[in-house]
Design a protein around this ligand. Structure first.
Ligand code: 6CS
Ligand code: FE
Length: 301
């Protein structure tokens, strides 16, 4: 059996070297679990299935938010940590942009990933035991916080981490108020049902550039225009403590933040244990485990 034959079937080819890119129908459900499997009731699950996201206002109490905000401040001012490869700085200002594998760096955030308010919802959406594929804090500082261009997370996780199917869900927890004007995450509701192929082969060590500013693995303007016309654009706004659960393949992005108000969120990415990573589908080597974990041990409380 050749390597190609032994490789898991690629239902979502992307990083097209030459020729047209296409928009493919998703071959997988958006919600795998049912009403009995967790805190989402039938109507909430059906809404998530349609829109590809769910917002939970007040998931964390103000006191909890205060505790996590202090943790984020501690991390961003830790000079030793700044030299760590898990810390990504802003291309323009050099300020901390993201801290990856934050669930291992911070015990407090590691516990949050196991909190039933978060873990039970991820298990219900994915219909199985789950593990953390990735965790990060995006600081989006005031005045000079750079946004994230339109993309599907799954397109990157499939191409560069070897994630077979879009059976993963992100939980973004706002630790500062998320406004429309300070880089609030924009999503195209329903776009998770379309897999948008991206042009361009993946460069070696692509993550070293893409986590600062992604240029490969972004859809064409034609496709973004079509997707926006079909689905519209919603925006995740809400007070600190709110949470957004969003499908791994939903088209999303955020604008720059030139306001004085930081938009700092914790992101916890849950993958089904039945969707464990294999070889990358469109890269010469897998990304480091601090970006795409290869510890598939199910999370437990
Ligand atoms: O490449 C990744 O894994 C990261 N990039 C973006 C723009 N969103 C998801 C994830 O943090
Ligand atoms: Fe993303």
């Amino acid at each position: 059996m050749t390597l190609a034959e032994s490789r898991t079937q690629d239902l979502y080819p992307t990083r097209i070297a030459s020729g047209e890119t296409r928009m493919l129908d998703r071959a997988d459900p958006t919600v795998w679990g049912s009403e009995q499997d967790g805190p989402f009731d039938g109507a909430a699950l059906s809404s998530h299935d349609t829109k590809g996201y769910s917002i939970i206002e007040g998931l964390l109490s103000p006191a909890e938010v205060q505790g996590y905000w202090q943790e984020l401040t501690r991390l961003s001012s830790d000079e030793k940590l700044k030299a760590d490869e898990r810390v990504v700085t802003e291309k323009s200002s050099g300020e901390v942009r993201s801290v990856f594998e934050v669930h291992r760096i911070s015990e407090l955030i590691g516990e949050l990933a196991r909190d039933p308010r978060v873990l039970d919802r991820a298990r219900q959406i994915l219909g199985s035991e789950v593990y953390l594929h990735q965790s990060r804090v995006n600081y989006m500082p005031g005045f000079r916080g750079n946004g994230f261009y339109w993309h599907s997370d799954f397109e990157t996780w499939h191409a560069e981490d070897g994630m077979p199917r879009p059976r993963a869900v992100s939980c973004s927890i706002a630790l500062t108020d998320n406004y429309p004007f300070n880089g609030g995450l924009m999503v195209m509701p329903g776009s998770q049902r379309t897999f948008v192929q991206c042009a361009g082969e993946t460069p070696d060590d692509h993550y070293k550039a893409s986590l600062k500013e992604q240029e490969i693995g972004v859809p064409s303007e034609t496709d973004i225009t079509k997707l926006a016309a079909e689905n519209g654009i919603d925006q995740f706004t809400g007070p600190a403590g709110s949470a957004l659960f969003f499908d791994s393949n939903i088209m999303h992005g955020s604008g720059n933040n030139i306001t004085p108000y930081p938009r700092s969120n914790i992101f916890l990415v849950f993958n089904s244990v039945e969707n464990a990573l294999v070889e990358p589908f469109a890269a010469s080597a897998p990304r480091p485990s601090f970006i795409g974990s290869r510890d598939f041990t199910p999370l437990s409380r």
